[in-house]
Structure formats: structure tokens, C-alpha cells
Design a protein around this ligand. Structure first.
Ligand code: ATP
Ligand code: MG
Length: 770
């Protein structure tokens, strides 16, 4: 036991070894909250206070859950199988799968991702002849999700005007439709699970008794429904509540826009009469300058629970700040610095490039690709959301639950089978008339359309039949073939990439069945009887038999159902490349809880970070500042911040001023890599670089040299030079900001002032020297 605890400071030790009561650990970034939570689980088990099956831990991402399990396996000489560690969604999914009958769901219910949800809402509006100008689908989706996050059904939402009344009515219709199709959206997973526990006393008591310890990481970002769920699960208000151990940091609350309520921390203290409040103030992650920057920045927020961070690690290096002329140049500078870091021995996966908005990643990705630096993008267009992969998943979904209309519509005429929009409309009418799914409505169709639709149904049914005994990877392979998708993409000019992505799906399925303990050869479709036998019936205190949703997924769902849930729930962070030594790119939001040796925070410009949307919201700027605090505190040893004078975003060039956050950082902790030059910078670029190399030492000298070489090389090409003034027939006078490529491939980025920044092909554009 000693070795479990000997690496903890006194406050951490106190937190880990608290008695079995509710507790709140309130502490800043990098102070060891997650470590304390994990160690407490190990300690509880090792000291015999509880068995693995008595523990539930809630993490913010699936990746975090996996990491926690790995750490625990290393700490404990026993299987971690019985432990419930996962996200709210993951845990609810498991409960609903086991108790699908009690939850009034089909056994093979499927999870709608937000893209499917939106298209379903659009169909609903259309079917009901609703004007989508007046009732936009996105607004309705937000309305529904928001209501669900508050735990409200359509009849319970407060309506105060004709629009919200209509929305509430549509919300009801939407839920009916989901029920008919056997699909649930993300928010529904939680709400349905909450209602299941609320209404089903034996079940509720069973789990309340089972989970004596519930531990929640990132508690500041729970929403109202999640908090209510935790209250219910922990038996709050009953005679023997379990111990709820929450760790969080109010300064890192960054999901208010998705309904998170930082007030849950105070509510928790009050509702659970928390006597154990522990603050951790020692930071183990970051060097001094980085921490000073974080502390000073966040001190600008008014509403804080109050705490600070200190480190013993020493001041370390200053934060490097770089002002680039354009986003292209920003990317180039990052690449150069990344190369330096790698040369100095930093591992690629210890380097993170963070951005406020996903749209920023493309330019940086492009530069990384060109430089041959392997990278991994979190949450961009996720693997499972790529069109071809979604198509393949739709076939698999139909085999598991043919009543999923979204899946049906996605592939009924893909690859093309001559089924036109008109036939689909007729089918939709029939489905409405008979109150059934599209799939079930096919037999009502006659004529040519009936024949073609029948052909589609036959593909699904015969594939399902043929694959009865096959394993999941084999099933995927057969389906790719039988659907005609492989053939289709093979005939497409640029289909090779898509075929490769599809083939990866077989690999993903293989990996999945192995990791989840199904075994490579388990049949993908498991009959309902097999499932019923596989669960563990449990008799609760009242002698009522309930089925426990115990450990391996294999006991509660078929490999196919499990894989489809995984595709919906884990799309973001379970990509195949995870193990590879690659540079990490992600939004600041998805960097929460992570740490890296070196971190780049990019695009620190007014309107981007802080984001312009924050001006419209109450507390919006404070939330942006918390986001910035999260970004800064990801760095262990080295932190970079960049901003640009101009940036191309969403097809428009924006001219920027640097983020106000720079004013809120300690000057002595910052090292400005370029002199802060003004707008005539381009014209005087050469002088500015000389100036930079003169003022800065070491790497910066090398940088200045590199940039100079670049401009000389360009000058030797078609005769154009960076910094040169040019005249264009349409755009007027401008300054060459950057030159890429050479010879006939040379392209120049030119700042045309009022006409904006343009990228022109030098061999085509008619430019004149001024
Ligand atoms: P965040 O708020 O960002 O989620 P956190 O509070 O959860 O941060 P951890 O990720 O648990 O912090 O810990 C930060 C780092 O400090 C980790 O690398 C962890 O291993 C290390 N650490 C924590 N406590 C100690 C300790 N007592 N001695 C040495 N290292 C520690
Ligand atoms: Mg943490």
C-alpha cells in the first residue's frame, strides 16, 4: 500500500484516504486531481473497503476512461473488468442495453449522432409541412437537446410564445419518431437512463447498493441532468447514500454553451452537506513562467471560488510569442519550431498545436503534411463521420435495426439503384399512413418503385442471413462487398482513398472485438436468447430479480450492436493512429485534462480568441478566459503563442489585432520573438528580420536566416520578391507577402489592402512592378 501513497503530497494524501463520505476536491489545473481520483480507487480496493464492482467512475472522454483503466491495471494486481469507468453517455448506454425492456427500447436501439439528428429533424419538419424559415431545424434541435439536458419532456417545457409552443409540439413528434425507429440521440441516452432509474425502484436500489463509491472527474462541466443522475445513482436522500467524490476546477468550466452548470459545485456542497472540501494548490505540471501566465490571466475573472497555483519546478523558459503576417506564415513558423523541438529530443506526441476553432487546422495541417511531420487531428472530420464510412455503417445499422430511417435513407439509393426522389416520397407517405418505418413500408409499394425498393430490402436481408455465423470483421467485409460500395468506389476516379478508409473499417472491427473481450470469432449477431443467458440475474433486497449490467460488454450486447454504439459514441477519440508517435492537433476544448511537453496556442486574435460569439453571451468573455487558462495550463515545459496580422477564415481574409489576453499576461514571462512591427511591416520586411535576428539570439537567429534564405530563393525564381510592390488590373496595388513553389508552380500571396489578401498563380496572374 505504501507505494500507492508515497508519491502524494499531504493534501493529496488526505483526499485519497478520506472516509467513505461525499467530498469535493477543488483545485487548479495540473494539481493532481485526476491522479488523486485514480489513486483513491486503487486505495479503496487495495485496503479491502470495496471490490472493483462497487466502483463507478465518470470521466469526460472515452480516452480518459481508457487511460484511467490502464493506470489502475498497473497499480492493482487484479482485473479491472468489474469496474464501471466511462463517460456519462457510455455508462448510460450500457445500462439501457441491459435493461432495454424496462426502458421501453428495442434491444438493438441505435444512437443518432448530431448529424443524423439534424437530418431527422429536417425530415420531420418537412413531413409536417412546417416552414423551416420560421422554425429552423437547427434551432429546434437546440431546443430539444436543451430541454433534455434540463430533464424536461415535451409536455414539461415552459412555453411562452407561439414559437416555443410549436417547438414543444414538434419535440413531442420528434420523440415519437425516434421511438418508432428505435433510435436515441445523445441527450436521450441520459434522460432515458435517468427516467429508468427514477421509475424503477428495484433497479434503482440495486445499483444504489452496488455502487458504494461514485467518483466524478471534471465535475465543473456537468449539466443539470447529469447532476440529477448522479444524485439518483448515489442514493442521495435515502438512508444509505453512497460516497460521491467529485473533483473539479471552476476556472476550467468551458462547456456552458452546452448546458454545463458550474453552479453544480456549490449545489453539490449544499445538497450533500459536504464536509470534506480539499483544495490542492501545488502544481506538478508546468514550469513557473507558464504558471505565472495562467494565474495572472485567470485573476481577471470576477466570479471565482478562489485558489491559486504554485510550483517547485523553477521558472523555466519564458512563453514565446510570435506575430506572423499571415496564417500561412504562422503555420510555417510553427513547423520550424516543431522541427527544432524534435531535433532537441522532444517526442512528437509530446507536442500539441491548439486552436480555438476547427477551421484553423487546415492551413497548419497542410504545412505539417508538406514538411512530412506525422500528425493526428482530434475531432476534425472524424473517421466514423466520413461519408463513405457513414455509408458502410448505415448498412450495418440496417442489418441490426432495419427501422432506422436515417440509415435507410442514406443508402437506399447508394450506390445508385435507380430509386428516385419521387419513389422515396411515396414511400415516406406510405410509412406515415401505416405508422411504420420506411423499411417496413416497402411491401406497400407497387410498380417499378416497389420492385427497386424490394431489391434493396433483399440485399439487407440476404446479407443478414448469410452472415448469421460470421464474426464482426467478417461481417463488415461481406457487407462492404454485398452493398456494392467497394465496386462503386473502385469505378470512381478518386475512390482509392475511400476504399482504403472502408478497408480500415475491417481493421477497426477486429481491434474492437479484441479490446472489448468478445473474441475474434464470436458471431457478430447474437441471438436474443444467447443475450438473455449471458446476463447475470441478481436478486435485490426485496427479493426482486433484476439483471445486472455487469462488466464485459459481451454479456449485454452483440458485437455488432456494441460496435455501432462505439462508432457513434467514440467517434472522436478512438482513432486507429492513437498509438503512433504523431504531433497532436486539437481544439482547446478537447485538450481538457491533457498535458504535453510543448504547446502552441495559435490564432490569438481578437474575434477568434476571445471568440466573437462570446461578446453576445453573458459571462462569454469570462468563459473565453477560462478556455485560455485551460490552453496555457496544458504545457509542461514550453509554451508558444502565435497571432497573425491577417488570416483567411471561412473564405474571407480578416485583418486582426492581437488578443486582449496578451494585456493580461505578465510581461516578464513573455518573450516576443519578432519585434512588434506595424502594418508597413511587409514593405520593410527585410529590415524587420535583420532587426529580429539582431535582437534575439539562438534559434531566432536561425529563424531569421531561414526566412531570408526563403525570400532569396524566391527572388531567384520567376523574378518576384517577397516585399515587392505590384499592380494588378482588378485588385489594384498590393505587396507580395509570401511566395510558394517555384517555376510554373509559383504562387504568391499578395496583400491588396482594401481588396484583401489573394493567392495568385504567378505564371497566370498579370502583375506589374510598381
Ligand atoms: P487538470 O485540471 O488539467 O485536469 P489535474 O489536476 O487533473 O489537471 P493531473 O493530470 O492529475 O492534474 O496531474 C498533473 C501532472 O502532475 C501529472 O503528470 C501527474 O502525474 C503529476 N502529479 C500529480 N501529483 C503529483 C505528485 N504528488 N508528485 C509528482 N507528480 C505529480
Ligand atoms: Mg484532470
Amino acid at each position: 500500500m505504501q507505494n500507492l501513497l508515497h508519491n502524494l503530497n499531504p493534501e493529496q494524501l488526505a483526499a485519497v484516504t478520506l472516509p467513505a463520505q461525499s467530498a469535493l476536491i477543488l483545485a487548479g489545473a495540473g494539481s493532481g486531481k485526476t491522479r488523486v481520483l485514480t489513486t483513491r480507487i486503487a486505495w479503496l480496493i487495495q485496503t479491502g473497503q470495496i471490490g472493483p464492482s462497487g466502483i463507478m467512475a465518470v470521466t469526460f472522454t472515452n480516452k480518459a476512461a481508457k487511460e484511467m483503466l490502464t493506470r489502475l491495471s498497473a497499480m492493482l494486481p487484479m482485473s479491472t473488468r468489474g469496474m464501471w469507468i466511462g463517460t456519462f453517455h457510455g455508462l448510460c448506454n450500457r445500462l439501457l442495453r441491459t435493461h432495454y425492456r424496462d426502458a421501453a427500447l428495442p434491444q438493438t436501439f441505435q444512437i443518432l449522432d448530431s448529424q443524423d439528428q439534424l437530418s431527422m429533424i429536417k425530415r420531420l419538419l418537412k413531413a409536417n409541412n412546417i416552414d423551416d424559415e420560421k422554425y429552423p431545424a437547427k434551432d429546434l434541435m437546440y431546443f430539444i437537446n436543451n430541454a433534455k439536458d434540463q430533464g424536461l419532456r415535451s409536455g414539461e417545457v415552459e412555453t411562452y410564445d407561439p414559437i416555443t409552443r410549436k417547438f414543444a409540439e414538434l419535440y413531442g413528434l420528434y420523440d415519437d419518431q425516434c421511438q418508432k425507429e428505435g433510435v436515441v440521440d445523445f441527450a436521450e441516452l441520459l434522460l432515458r437512463c435517468y427516467e429508468l432509474l427514477l421509475r424503477n425502484q428495484p433497479l434503482r436500489e440495486h445499483y444504489q447498493t452496488r455502487f458504494q463509491h461514485i467518483l466524478v472527474d471534471e465535475f465543473q462541466d456537468t449539466n443539470n441532468l447529469q447532476y440529477a443522475w448522479l444524485k439518483l445513482m448515489s442514493g442521495h436522500g435515502t438512508g444509505r447514500p453512497s460516497a460521491l467524490f467529485a473533483v473539479g476546477d471552476d476556472d476550467q468550466s468551458i462547456y456552458a454553451f452546452r448546458g454545463a452548470n458550474v453552479g453544480n459545485m456549490q449545489a453539490f456542497e449544499r445538497d450533500f452537506r459536504v464536509e470534506n472540501l480539499i483544495k490542492l494548490e501545488q502544481n506538478y505540471r508546468s514550469h513557473g513562467h507558464i504558471l505565472d501566465a495562467a494565474n495572472l490571466l485567470i485573476s481577471n475573472n470576477a466570479k471565482r471560488l478562489g485558489k491559486n497555483l504554485r510550483t517547485d519546478a523553477g521558472q523555466g523558459e519564458q512563453v514565446r510569442v510570435y506575430e506572423a503576417s499571415t496564417d500561412l506564415e504562422e503555420a510555417q513558423w510553427i513547423i520550424d519550431e516543431v522541427k527544432n523541438l524534435i531535433n532537441d529530443g522532444t517526442k512528437r506526441d509530446e507536442i500539441a498545436v491548439l486552436y480555438r476553432s476547427n477551421a484553423q487546422s487546415r492551413v497548419i495541417e497542410h504545412a505539417l503534411f508538406a514538411a512530412g511531420i506525422p500528425y493526428h487531428v482530434y475531432g476534425g472530420l472524424r473517421y466514423f463521420q466520413r461519408a463513405e464510412v457513414k455509408n458502410a455503417i448505415a448498412y450495418l445499422q440496417l442489418m441490426d435495426n432495419p427501422h432506422n430511417d436515417s440509415a435507410f435513407l442514406r443508402v437506399v439509393n447508394f450506390p445508385a439503384r435507380g430509386i428516385g426522389a419521387r419513389s422515396i416520397e411515396q414511400l415516406q407517405d406510405a410509412a406515415r399512413m401505416y405508422g411504420v418505418s420506411l423499411y417496413a413500408a416497402v411491401p406497400y409499394m407497387t410498380g417499378r418503385a416497389g420492385g427497386l425498393l424490394g431489391g434493396f430490402v433483399k440485399i439487407i436481408e440476404s446479407t443478414r442471413f448469410e452472415t448469421q455465423q460470421l464474426s464482426l470483421p467478417e461481417l463488415v467485409r461481406v457487407t462492404l462487398d454485398a452493398s456494392g460500395m467497394l465496386q462503386h468506389y473502385a469505378n470512381e476516379k478518386e475512390g482509392q482513398d475511400r476504399i482504403e478508409n472502408l478497408e480500415q473499417l475491417v481493421g477497426a472491427a477486429t481491434q474492437f472485438v479484441q479490446e472489448e473481450g468478445f473474441g475474434l470469432s464470436a458471431p457478430a449477431h447474437l441471438g436474443p436468447q444467447a443475450l438473455a443467458q449471458a446476463g447475470t440475474p441478481v436478486v435485490n433486497a426485496d427479493g426482486i430479480e433484476v439483471m445486472d449490467a455487469d462488466a464485459p460488454l459481451a454479456t449485454v450486447m452483440s458485437p455488432l450492436s456494441a460496435f455501432l454504439s462505439h462508432a457513434s459514441l467514440e467517434a472522436g477519440d478512438a482513432q486507429a493512429q492513437a498509438g503512433q508517435d504523431a504531433l497532436q492537433m486539437m481544439t482547446v476544448h478537447s485538450a481538457k485534462g491533457l498535458e504535453f511537453d510543448a504547446v502552441f496556442i495559435t490564432g490569438l486574435e481578437e474575434g477568434l480568441f476571445p471568440h466573437e460569439s462570446s461578446a453576445r453571451e453573458n459571462d462569454g468573455l469570462d468563459e473565453e478566459r477560462r478556455l485560455m487558462y485551460v490552453a496555457i495550463t496544458r504545457a509542461k515545459k514550453r509554451l508558444y503563442m502565435t497571432f497573425t496580422q491577417s488570416r483567411m477564415l471561412h473564405g474571407q481574409t480578416r485583418y486582426n489585432i492581437k488578443s486582449r489576453f496578451f494585456e493580461e499576461l505578465p510581461e516578464e514571462s513573455l518573450k516576443w520573438i519578432t519585434p512588434r512591427v506595424q502594418s508597413h511591416w511587409f514593405a520593410n520586411k527585410k529590415t524587420a528580420w535583420d532587426d529580429a535576428s539582431f535582437r534575439e539570439g539562438g534559434t531566432d537567429n536561425a529563424l531569421a536566416k531561414q526566412m531570408k534564405t526563403k525570400s532569396l530563393a524566391a527572388a531567384g525564381g520567376p523574378g518576384w520578391r517577397i516585399g515587392e510592390s505590384v499592380m494588378h488590373g482588378k485588385f489594384g496595388e498590393g505587396v507580395i507577402v509570401n511566395i510558394e513553389g517555384s517555376g510554373t508552380n509559383a504562387r504568391a500571396q499578395i496583400n491588396f489592402g482594401k481588396s484583401g489578401m489573394k493567392m495568385l498563380d504567378l505564371s497566370i496572374a498579370k502583375l506589374e512592378r510598381v
